[in-house]
Design a protein around this ligand. Structure first.
Ligand SMILES: C[S@@+](CC[C@H](N)C(=O)[O-])C[C@H]1O[C@@H](n2cnc3c(N)ncnc32)[C@H](O)[C@@H]1O
Length: 321
């Protein structure tokens, strides 16, 4: 069993699914027959973020709409009182559906990106929220999460190597395939901005005793990780209805077909449910469609090439349909 298959085995051991090497890198396979409508896995996101437009709508109409949780993306119900960021005083408008979601967001790096807590980096953080630089904002959030989780593990007694391996592995495994398209546009400029932002975050924090060690900054805030994370967002992020985006470990292993046998639905939070659309037999690969598969072949191939950087090799395209 290769590294990727072995890694995913721990998540899939309670399901009838397996990650297997294919012509397109890894793919997700079923180990048993399944019928239309069967839900074969429910996958919680590794990370999920609201769309920036949602931030703005929320900022603009604060107090007038029900809002949503910035961690699990659940929309608040009529009359529900949101939990605010613990450091909210003026600028941070992050709202959560529970203290658990609030604390998860803080440990996942919100302490680095909170407009009220990280005042020295205020202008840099503000710039990340603009709509044009959505991927900058998400890259910064992901890298903040990597730094935060690594620091917490080191404080709890793990070695740097061990902590970094543990924290980065889920992201490393997502990108198992070799994709020729890696985003490198304006990279030095982009990663330097985020580095300056994190360097300013040197105040003593209540759960982290030290400043961000230079080893961690060097490791996670560098052109290689920046371009890797940007590519992850481009190729693996899934749109969650009109709420935001999520990156999912297992779903990221689903290859595309223009005649898919599965589709993905989301529950009221952003957990994804993979549902069978056409009967499948044990040993078959599961496919979703990344695009609107009703388009003609040229349009489909163009979208896949431009959006995901590959020439579609699915059965329908191979038949020339
Ligand atoms: C979300 S990943 C799917 C899992 C991926 N195969 C892996 O190894 O992790 C998407 C990538 O898989 C490959 N891929 C998926 N569907 C394909 C298809 N129909 N034809 C060719 N390559 C495909 C492309 O490299 C694409 O960018």
């Amino acid at each position: 069993m290769d590294e990727s298959a072995a890694y995913y085995e721990q998540y899939l051991s309670t399901t009838q699914l397996a990650v297997v090497k294919t012509h397109f890198g890894d793919g997700l396979f079923t180990k048993c027959d399944a019928n239309i409508g069967e839900q074969v896995i429910e996958d919680a996101p590794l990370i999920a973020y609201p769309l920036p437009a949602r931030h703005y709508a929320h900022y603009a109409t604060k107090g007038k709409t029900n809002g949503f949780c910035f961690t699990c993306l659940r929309m608040f119900q009529e009359g529900e009182i949101p939990v605010l960021c613990s450091h909210h005083s003026q600028q941070c408008l992050h709202t959560y559906c529970s203290e658990q979601c609030r604390d998860r967001s803080w440990l996942n790096g919100h302490w680095l990106l909170c407009l009220d807590w990280n005042r020295p980096a205020y202008a840099y953080i503000q710039a990340l929220y603009s709509e044009e630089t959505y991927s900058d904002y998400v890259v910064a959030e992901i890298i903040a999460g990597l730094i935060s989780k690594t620091m917490i593990m080191v404080i709890n007694g793990r070695t740097y190597e061990d902590a970094i391996e543990h924290v980065f592995k889920p992201y490393k495994m997502l990108f198992g395939f070799t994709n020729p398209v890696i985003y490198k546009v304006n990279l030095p400029q982009k990663y330097k901005k985020i580095r300056s932002l994190f360097q300013m975050s040197t105040r003593k924090l209540n759960f982290i005793q030290d400043e961000i060690p230079i080893e961690i900054l060097d490791l996670f805030v560098c052109p290689e990780i920046h371009s890797y994370v940007m590519s992850l967002i481009a190729f693996n992020a899934v749109a969650i209805q009109d709420r935001g985006i999520g990156i999912y470990s297992t779903l990221s292993k689903l290859n595309h077909s223009c005649e898919p046998n599965c589709n993905v639905k989301f529950d009221e939070r952003c957990d994804a449910i993979l549902e069978i659309e056409k009967p499948v037999q044990a040993g078959q690969e599961l496919y979703i469609s990344y695009i609107d598969d009703k388009m003609d072949r040229n349009q489909r191939r163009k979208e896949l090439q431009e959006g995901w950087g590959f020439v579609c090799q699915c059965t329908k395209c191979q038949r020339g349909e």
